[in-house]
Design a binder for this molecule. Sequence first.
Ligand code: AQP
Length: 338
Amino acid sequence: MTTPTFTPRVFSGIQPSGGLTLGNYLGAIKRFVQMQEEGLPTVYCMVDLHAITVWQDPADLRHNTRELAAGFIASGISPEKSILINQSQVPEHAQLGWVFSCVARMGWMQRMTQFKDKAGKNTQNVSLGLFGYPALMAADILVYHATHVPVGEDQKQHLELTRDIATKFNHDYGVDFFPITEPVIEGAATRVMSLRDGSKKMSKSDPSDASRINMTDDADTIARKIRKAKTDPDALPSETEGLTERPEARNLVNIYAALSDQSVDQVLNEVGGQQFGSFKPLLAELAVAKLSPISTEMARLMSDPAEIDRILARGAEQAREITVPILEKTYEIMGMVR
Ligand code: AQP
């Protein structure tokens, strides 16, 4: 349900906590580009303040932020059509993040499965920021009054929390100020799984490089990783139901479908009955054809980091035209003397 009083605006972000993966591309960036092309106002963000919830080497963070910006642009996000920013250059994100830390309840945060997954058994030793992460994420979205947020499946719970925060703020202060944001989780690959373990999400911080396809991998590396991807001994089924108990097979078919802009049914019509020995080379060829132009363009953009910095600085200026008045109004509603 979209709040009718709010004009549609799209916001989403990705952490510069490593190199971009095929999971980020298919689950998020591809949809970012489509929404931009639908003519909606779009804001896309390198969420560097989120990245530091776990240790980031400063030189790596700087490099990864620029490389992520290059990945966005090379994938089709145009700085002329979308506002492209890194979070720390727009201070209202962190300021509203604090406000939302005071709106969100401990019990809500304790239910977040991503915190449990990332903290593991180490809950006493991880940063306070990792625990509070979803309040800052709610601020990232609501400081733009964004109505739609394209994300992968793993972010669904955080978006529900964003809605809870907006609802509580509106209720507590008797206003209709923050929109109730709609998650946009669409496509054949909203949850791309590890190539080594079909029960684990493909992730940029997985210690095994073989578990993921990086957007900067060259053709040989992509082909090798797909050739070595874990599978089962059976041939591919002709019907979707045949993938139910086969997470690794389902993952590769989903990737094929998302990369070729087809449904899973269409893909199985084409490849049903094939062994992985013949399907994997087809998938590798498709992945290389789709990803190589992006990685080549990323490398070209990375040869001029000053230009990337200029784009992000300009994006921050444009962003603050939206965020400063929204934060000011929030403070006013709350009774802060202005
Ligand atoms: N495997 C995935 N399949 C589909 N979508 C995915 N996303 C991430 N992994 C997959 C989507 O990418 C966007 C950005 O994610 P993020 O970088 O902010 O955080 P994350 O979800 O924690 O991604 P990673 O790669 O797993 O990062 P690390 O390893 O640093 O934690 C989100 O829209 C996400 O859904």
